[in-house]
Ligand binder design. Structure first.
Ligand SMILES: Cc1ncc(COP(=O)(O)O)c(C=O)c1O
Length: 476
C-alpha cells in the first residue's frame, strides 16, 4: 500500500495529489469512482485529516475530482482523460522560479497550525488573540472619521504614520530619526526582503546569528547569499567573530536581533553593542538590526537598540507592530539613510505601490492614542505571566531532560534537550499528542534544541501542552 514519504522535500498533501493524479491518468481510478472519505484516507496513510483535506481541495480546484452531496468525493465525470492534455502541468511551474519554498519542517508546522484548531500552539511566534488591541482598533474604526486620500500614496509610507513612528522611536527607544529616513513596510519580513533583494547581490557573504530567525528564511538562499554564522552566547554574539568572518569571507552585511533574540531570548550587552558598532565602522559594513521585541521586556525596561547608539549611520533598523500589537496589521518600518530609503521605496513602487492607506491610518491612530501605552503595559504583564506558567511547566515535566534560561522579554523559551532526539520524529510524536513547537534545526542550530513560544497558547493550555511534549520526548 502506497504511503507518502515523510523525508521527501515535497509536502505530504502534494504527494497525495500526485498519487491520486497518477491513479486517474493510469485509469486505476476511472471517471465516477469514489475516493475514500478524508478521515479514512488520513487513517490509511497515517497523516492528519487536514493534509487529506488540502489534497482533495487541490484536486477539486484542478477539476480532477468533484464533491457530490451525500456521496463524498469522486473522480470527475467530465475532465477524466482530457485533463492531462488541457491542464498545464502546474508542478513544472511551481518547481521553477527563483524563490525557494519554505523548509519542510516549517511547512509541516504551518499545515498543522492552520488546519488543526485544537492543537496547542507553541510554534507560532505571535500573540494570542486576547492580547491583540482589538478594543482600541474597534473604537478607532467606530469613532474616528477617515478623511485620507484613497488614491496611490507615497510608496515610502503614509506620512502621518511615519511621523507617529518617529515620535515613538524617540520616546520609547531613544532613536532619533525623521519621517524622511523611514520606510513603512509590510512587517519586518518585507524590510528583510527589500534589503536582501535591493542592497545585496547573489554571491555576497552575510553574517547572521547562530541560531537565528533569519536562518529559517529561505529568502536569504533565494537571494543567492552566502551565509556565515556568529554563535550566540548568553549575552549575545561575540563581536570579535565579525572581524574573523570579515577577514575570511569579506562579509558585506551583518544581520542581528540584539534584544530578546529569537529564538534564544538573549540580549546583547551594552558593552558588546558598542563594540559591534565600532567594528562595523572600522570595517565599513552595515548592521541590519531586527528589533521586534525590545518593548516586550517584562519589567518595562527597554534594552537600548544599536540604532540608538549609532553615531555614524551604520545601522539599518527594522521595527514592527507584529509582536507588540498584532501581526495581522502587517505594519513594520525600516529606518535607514535617505539614499537607502529612496532605493527601497523605488523597489516598493515596482512591487506593490506600498501598503493600504486604511491599515496605515489605523496603525497611526493606534500608536497616537493614549490607550496604546496601557495596551503595552498589559501585554508585558500577560507575557510575563505566560512565561512563568511555561517555566513552571518545563520545570515540573522536563526538569531532568532539558536546560534553559528563563528569558526576561520576547516571546520564546529556547531549550536544550540533554539527550537529543530526531527533530522530525519528535515533532510528529508531539503533533500526535496535540502539541506543536519549533525544532531547533529550523534556526540552524545543532541537534537537540527546541523553541517554545508562550505568547500564542492560552495560559491554561501551557501545562498540558508541555506535559504532552514530555510524553512525545519520552516516546522518541
Ligand atoms: C526576529 C524576527 N524578525 C522578523 C519577524 C517577522 O515579523 P513581521 O510579522 O513583522 O514580518 C519575526 C517573526 O517572527 C521575527 O521573530
Amino acid at each position: 500500500m502506497w504511503k507518502p514519504d515523510r523525508s521527501a522535500p515535497i509536502p505530504l498533501y502534494q504527494q497525495i495529489v500526485d498519487h491520486i493524479e497518477r491513479g486517474i491518468s493510469y485509469a486505476q481510478l476511472p471517471p465516477g469512482s469514489s475516493l475514500p472519505s478524508e478521515r479514512k484516507l488520513a487513517e490509511q496513510l497515517g497523516v492528519n485529516r487536514s493534509t487529506v483535506m488540502q489534497a482533495y481541495e487541490e484536486l477539486r480546484a484542478s477539476g480532477l475530482v468533484e464533491s457530490v452531496v451525500g456521496s463524498g468525493t469522486r473522480v470527475s465525470m467530465t475532465k477524466w482523460g482530457v485533463s492531462q492534455v488541457h491542464t498545464p502541468n502546474w508542478r513544472l511551474y511551481t518547481d521553477g522560479g527563483t524563490f525557494l519554498p519554505n523548509l519542510p519542517l516549517m511547512r509541516r508546522i504551518r499545515e498543522v497550525t492552520q488546519y488543526e484548531s485544537a492543537i496547542i500552539n507553541f510554534a507560532s511566534g505571535e500573540l494570542s488573540s486576547d492580547l491583540f488591541p482589538n478594543q482600541i482598533v474597534s473604537r478607532i474604526l467606530r469613532e474616528e472619521s477617515f478623511g485620507e486620500h484613497l488614491g496611490y500614496d507615497d510608496p515610502q509610507g503614509f506620512l502621518t504614520l511615519r511621523q507617529a513612528i518617529a515620535g515613538r522611536l524617540l520616546r520609547d527607544q531613544g532613536i532619533r530619526t525623521s519621517e524622511s529616513s523611514m520606510l513603512v513596510t509590510s512587517g519586518s519580513q518585507q524590510s528583510l526582503y527589500l534589503i536582501t533583494q535591493c542592497l545585496l547581490s547573489p554571491g555576497d557573504a552575510v553574517a547572521i546569528e547562530d541560531p537565528s530567525y533569519t536562518y529559517s528564511l529561505p529568502m536569504f538562499q533565494s537571494a543567492g547569499l552566502r551565509i556565515f554564522r556568529l554563535p550566540v552566547h548568553s549575552d549575545g554574539i561575540d563581536p570579535e567573530d565579525i572581524i574573523a568572518l570579515y577577514r575570511k569571507h569579506r562579509i558585506r552585511m551583518v544581520f542581528l536581533n540584539p534584544n530578546f533574540q529569537n529564538p534564544t531570548g538573549t540580549t546583547l550587552s551594552d558593552v558588546k553593542k558598542k563594540r559591534v558598532l565600532a567594528i562595523a565602522a572600522e570595517l565599513r559594513i552595515p548592521i541590519v538590526e531586527d528589533d521586534p521585541f525590545s518593548l516586550t521586556g517584562f519589567q518595562g525596561i527597554v534594552p537600548a537598540p544599536l540604532k540608538a547608539m549609532d553615531q555614524d549611520g551604520i545601522v539599518l533598523y527594522i521595527g514592527s507592530l507584529s509582536k507588540i500589537a498584532a501581526s495581522g496589521l502587517r505594519i513594520g518600518w525600516l529606518v535607514a539613510p535617505q539614499s537607502v530609503v529612496e532605493r527601497l521605496s523605488d523597489a516598493r513602487q515596482q512591487m506593490d505601490f506600498g501598503l493600504s492607506i486604511v491599515a496605515q491610518w489605523t496603525a497611526e491612530r493606534l500608536l497616537s492614542s493614549g490607550e496604546f501605552d496601557i495596551h503595552l503595559q498589559m501585554l508585558r504583564e500577560s507575557l510575563n505571566q505566560k512565561q512563568r506558567f511555561m517555566v513552571d511547566a518545563l520545570t515540573d515535566s522536563l526538569q531532568e531532560k532539558i536546560t534553559f534560561s528563563p528569558p526576561v522579554g520576547g516571546l520564546n523559551i529556547w531549550c536544550r534537550i540533554k539527550h537529543p532526539a530526531d527533530d522530525g520524529k519528535l515533532l510528529e510524536e508531539a503533533i500526535k499528542r496535540g502539541v506543536v513547537f519549533v525544532p531547533g534545526s529550523v534556526y540552524g542550530s545543532e541537534p537537540g534544541y527546541v523553541r517554545f513560544s508562550y505568547a500564542k497558547p492560552k495560559a491554561e493550555e501551557i501545562a498540558s501542552g508541555i506535559s504532552a511534549f514530555a510524553e512525545a520526548l519520552e516516546r522518541v
